[in-house]
Design a binder for this molecule. Sequence first.
Ligand code: NAP
Length: 251
Amino acid sequence: MRGSGKVALVTGASRGIGRAIAYAMASEGYDLALNDVAGQKIALDGMLAEMQALGRHFRAYFADVSMEDEVTRMVEAALSSFGQIDVLVNNAGILIPEPVDTLASSTWDSVMDVNAKGTFLVTRAVLAGMRARHYGRIVNIASIGGKHGAPGQAHYSASKAAIMGFTRVLAQEVGIDGITANCICPGIIVTDMGRTNLANQAERERWIGITALRRLGQPEDVAGPVCFLASDEAAFITGQTLNVCGGIVLS
Ligand code: NAP
């Protein structure tokens, strides 16, 4: 029970990787503040109902992570309910494939706003509390797409590279207060978003073929490393980026 007595805030928690992270952290003993957009109320409420059986503190917070006022309200409400946020997992993200030639600037802005600005906004909102308690773990979900990328995903790649740069500097700024900040770069993970890269059997086989472990990832493959980076065992790891991709990217 590595999370016993600790509170984690997970964004984009209602499905896919975020959902797996939430269940993994619940099983490790964390109290959880789970975020998603208002449209995911039924899904998040269903998760909360299942988790309540564990007998700890779980709450849902509906906020768009790209909206400053919504993020401020969410973190204030979570701090007032839980008293502290020990771990932040910035998982919420969007992928809207479009080649650069036809990419609308509004689509560029949307992807950068949710993925990069959202990570910044939620991080900034939790920092004062973490600094005051001299403890914090921030795990940002980037992507191998931010290192290599794929056609049609230049804006997504840029947003994920931004998260990595943000995290490296954040780690230097907050380390003095006992806070670590790291990134995880998932590969192809079978979720609604991941299926965007698996449009047909040929694409599926191509991705499996360039993966050393010769399989696609499952959300639980990402949840374990997130729990590790959130734990006290990872106390001396900060400013790092961990590829969780089955060996597509080998650096
Ligand atoms: P997903 O299945 O599309 O789930 C993303 C979740 O984030 C959804 O619940 C979504 O809610 C929520 N979300 C989107 N915009 C939000 C916002 N503005 N505020 C709050 N929540 C928001 O995606 P996933 O595959 O689990 O991806 C999770 C993270 O891993 C993302 O950051 C993604 O970029 C990254 N990643 C995924 C893969 C992959 O292959 N799946 C690979 C590399 C990195 P709604 O959709 O209902 O709005």
